[in-house]
Design a binder for this molecule. Sequence first.
Ligand code: H2U
Ligand code: ZN
Length: 340
Amino acid sequence: MQLISEPHRRLNPLTGEWVLVSPHRTARPWQGQVETTPAPVLLQYDPTCYLCPGNERAGGVRNPKYTGTFVFENDFAALRLDAKNKIISENELLTAEAERGICRVMCFSPRHDLTLSTMNNEDVVRVVDTWVEQYVELGTMDFIRHVQIFENRGAMMGASNPHPHCQIWANETLPNEPAKELRQQGKYLEKNGHCLLCRYLEVEINAKERLIFENDSFAVVVPFWAVWPFETIVLSKRHFSGMDDLSSQEREQLAMVLRETTAKYDNLFGVSFPYSMGFHQRPTDGEQHPEWHFHAHFYPPLLRSATIRKFMVGYELLGSPQRDLTPEAAAERLRAAIAK
Ligand code: H2U
Ligand code: ZN
């Protein structure tokens, strides 16, 4: 592809949206200063942490002395079960609907000082197993049509606590991003007779330039249409639509992929790398969804060092997302980063 040094735009086929790429602005050799701010030393158990085993949470409930993963209902849930299902609307320009749902918090480990990148594989497999249980349990509730599992890591991304944890929001309607992806994957399957991400995976494995690493079950790629500097997508090699279909080997290999990806991120700038990460799985509306291909997105904000981050401001807010560092250059740096 000959567009690497010219300003151009790239299409995200999963959302149907464009991103502007301005590679001439970073064509110079890498000059970003690598600053390392010493990471705060974390205790294995923090008596003031509301996620550590045995501690009291904000609502007054005490956590059990859990030894593996631990899931609880979010004490400050964004969604509630009791919302009445009715339309609140005065006219078509003032439309609102009641939305029911369930929000949970899941601790990955009793250890306050660990992260996905520093936990051992066996323990990350237990995290995957718990995600599967949650997806199945919440997804089979008749009014839950979507289960979003996501991790905010680092204060920069709004994580309230370094204790390794994620959130699970399950709701009645499909959120915006999965709704776009559902539409686009559906249209692609209808037009081409095969899955969008199966085909995309083939393209990336052949091209190699945006591929970070792969194992038998998954590949990690900086997507061609990435918006965030070091954004990645984790693609399953086999076509399936949700975690409930993961084999035991795939669970193990997903754990490896998550550990290695986050370790590479940490090693890139020598810091505990902030990001929002989440899985995109088929809607849990009782349909088969053959168009849906299981994947995860990592959206990290850092650009050049621990302190220099990308902001979505100006043109990005008013026009469309834009990036200077090409996905190919980002992939090269991530490939070179150490994975443990
Ligand atoms: P984040 O770090 O991604 O914000 O997730 C932590 C969640 O934990 C957050 O949604 C909840 C917050 O509402 N929480 C509790 O449920 N109980 C507490 O005692 C404090 C925080
Ligand atoms: Zn803790």
